[in-house]
Ligand binder design. Sequence first.
Ligand SMILES: Cc1cc2nc3c(=O)[nH]c(=O)nc-3n(C[C@H](O)[C@H](O)[C@H](O)COP(=O)(O)O)c2cc1C
Length: 353
Amino acid sequence: MIRTEICAMLGAKYPIVQAPMGPYDTKELAIAVTNAGGFGMVSHPEPSAEQIQKVVSGGDVTEAFRSVNEKLKSTLVEVKSKADGHFGVNLRVAPEQPEVPELLDMIIEMRNSDPELREKLVLLVTSAGDPSQPHLQKIKQNKMKWFHVVPTVYHAKKAEKNGVDGLVATGYEAGGHVTFFPVHTMVLVPAVVEAVDVPVVAGGGFCDGRGLIAALALGAKAIYMGTRFIATLESDFSMPSKEAITSSAERFGKENATLVTQGFFGPLRHLRNAFSEKLDQMVKAEAPQLEILKYELEGSMKAFGPEGDVVNGALWSGQVAIRLKDIPKVSDLIERIMSEAEETLKSMCLLSA
Ligand SMILES: Cc1cc2nc3c(=O)[nH]c(=O)nc-3n(C[C@H](O)[C@H](O)[C@H](O)COP(=O)(O)O)c2cc1C
């Protein structure tokens, strides 16, 4: 069986980490991934689009952030009770997330007062911001493992200097927010592995056993999959959005199936649809930032939420969408990836000279 130091560090059977996908819920997904021997991740929630719009137009921020705290708290409790193993949680630590210090304190307090949660919730992954913010040191002081997501070697070294236990190196093919420095996984992962001493998890473009072996060959110790896990039976995303992902290759033919647009919070990779094409046009026409934010908020839950409007809603997705053809059960997917990985290793018999 293929095991790596990430399996030992996080207490997972397989070196497959489910990427967090806030603001969308990944509660059912995290439970299914952990129960299938991978490592499930709870995502950082956001206030509802209506609450954000109220705040943007001068409303009270307290109520909006209270709802985020409550949502994260109840998700952690539920994942703890239904997951038969270890899992993690993501916090985006960008300046636009002023609620993070309070959320971090809440997570620590919950772990300190609940031995079962302390045993199961072992990892905090920070992303989208500066790992040198002093309050982040509380993660390690409270004996959680701390990983940080990095898009460059510079950011990797900075995070290592601040004491992280591991890094997630995510290439430009990934779904959702992508880097301002468009370097893909194939180049980024070995560059980061060579630059640091902590273990590296590879993200962006993974969906199968061949990819897992490729990641290990590049020096990573696990893969970090988002888009592949959206298109699974248990994932919390709407069925039409899963089908939009698994049909993206046919629908778009030779056209690129995904589109990176400069959203209000930076570059974002979407599946190409009416929503993302209009957003792209608005950005190119230099529409006011608040108008862009409003448009993004309105579309944010339309496709992935219960409405399932895959034409007018945001469909954040990685380039790997075009390789996905099915919507399997999480446990079948994970077992398939692991047996493909073993097969791939066996089939790689090189000719001797
Ligand atoms: C719908 C969606 C939402 C995401 N939200 C977050 C997030 O809240 N925090 C974060 O660090 N990364 C987020 N990401 C990025 C993923 O964690 C991960 O890096 C990415 O999905 C890996 O590439 P892949 O999609 O090719 O598997 C998101 C990705 C998607 C597709």
